[in-house]
Write a protein of this length. Sequence first.
Length: 275
Amino acid sequence: MQFAGKTAVITGGATGIGFALAKQMGTAGARIILFEPREEVLGEATETLKALGIDAKYFAGDVADADAIEALADFTWAENGRGDIIVNNAGIGGPRGGIFDTDLAEARTLYDINFWGVWHGIQTFGKRYRADGLPSAIYSTASENALFNALPSGGGAYVSGKHALFGLMDVLRREIANKPELAHIKTGVIIPGWVATPLSRHNGMDADRFAEIIFKQMQAGEYYLVGHAYNVVRMRERIDELEAAFARYAPRYDGDEEFDVQLYYARIAAEKAGN
């Protein structure tokens, strides 16, 4: 994907991964609009981008508020003519205790931001992209915790929320792939490992280093945007455990595709096309 001359809207874009991506995209010629609740932090981040020669603006609001995302889109279209790229990056860490003892109000607050906030961005910007038919991109920041549990214990709200986000993006990707009229919309899921941000208490890979790795994949049009090599080890642990369970209790057999849902719907579609 080409970023020069495009407008990229980044939620949670004033710090961490979002801000690092803003620098990458802006340096490549994109105009940047940052979004998060803290106006003072937004102002500082915007001035830093401008000092780097990047066209940058900001709009303050909360991704948990669907009306605020609609206002963000209105602002973007009014100021820059269009928001070609939405990066649903805003997120919080939330409660870290065990599932039995987690405060459910805190867990719901996390979901409002980490999951519903992403859905708000996808839906608000996606509807406009569908309507105008112009080249567009929807990116969302998941986590290695969308692929496996990276935490030694606890974090049920965060881990499950990232799994939910990963599933949401996969559904979106398939919906777009199955509708030729949406072929102008690109999608991508960003999968950070441990990155040094306020969320991680500044432990992990340098955010600028991570963003540089990810941005090259965005330019190449990749869907899975990855940066931490050791993630494959933890992924393999989960896959091996699952494969062992299937081998013991549901081993492959001739004709086992009889209950595959995708093949079933493919057959139905083929039958309808034949009629």
